[in-house]
Design a protein around this ligand. Sequence first.
Ligand code: COA
Ligand code: ZN
Length: 327
Amino acid sequence: MSTSIWNGQGQRIYMQEVGTRDGLQVEQQFVPTADKIALVNALSEAGMAKIEVSAFVSPQAIPALRDAEIVMREITRKPGVVYTALVPNVRGAERAIDAKTDELNLVMSASETHNLANLRMTRAQSFAGLAQVAALAKAAGLKVNISLSCCFGCPMEGDVPETTVLAWAQRFVEDLGADGVTLCDTTGMAYPGQVAALTQAFRTRWPGTELTLHFHNTRGMGLANVIGAIDAGADRFDASLGGIGGCPYAPGATGNVCSEEIVHALALMGYDTGVDLPRLIAAAQTLPGLIGHDIPSQIVKAGRRLDLHHVPADFDAIRERALARAS
Ligand code: COA
Ligand code: ZN
């Protein structure tokens, strides 16, 4: 491994916020629409490259995101930021296009079992449906990204072979003309060596396709996986504000890697994420009030590395006693 992975030398890393979709979709407490809009606007101002604003899914399936249209229509669009949304089917695509979404994020699982559990279809049925969605998006001039769930393992099947993941990626990139692919570690099963191998394989085969890595921090390997992916040529990561989130069909699943933790770490390593960290942290600090519970973010709890603390109130006395003992 090169020694330069620890010294980014200003290399650009694109941070994509998914907290407003992957995060909020599992929250019990409905976040009011105006607060969602304010949150997306704060994330735009903080410098996220792409924001997954919501999901145009069945409101019965995910009531927390039933206001996707209003949020997408009423956010303030910052030039250069891509506003994407998760779309499972043609109905969702029509709604997303109507609400002026920039990019449609299609979703299916690389694992047959997870696809059936999550989307109630076989992978072949999902692909056939998503082919129609991609055609609609292309006709409307929108970009298409495909998020492949469980690329690094399925909580019900176990390992998912790299050849299986690449075969599905190939069908989306080469047959449907997808502009981007997200390799998702839906339930935190990925580890750095595996991540580096799949990233490298993807990059070699489709150097012109936008590649995103999407890690959940379920087993504490999120940051290690991000670094492993960068070392293998990745430059785009999904992350969620505060580290919120989970998957409704994966017991014990936890949130995505935490946006402010990744930005903080990459900044110390000399990468340029384009993100204003204090603004991002300020946005994360509003989350407990919105969702009604504590958030995983260690940066919100502990502050940045050099956010220093006051010395103890009796510090002068401590020093005097210590110096007196020394003499
Ligand atoms: N937007 C709005 N409503 C939708 C919709 C969409 N994209 N897709 C389906 N619906 C509605 C249908 O109109 C129907 O409503 P009705 O009962 O009032 O007629 C109902 O949902 C069921 O539709 P059906 O086509 O039978 O779909 P389904 O029940 O098999 O659900 C999904 C399939 C995938 C659309 C649905 O389960 C879903 O949206 N799930 C969310 C998955 C998700 O986001 N998971 C987490 C991220 S990976
Ligand atoms: Zn996810």
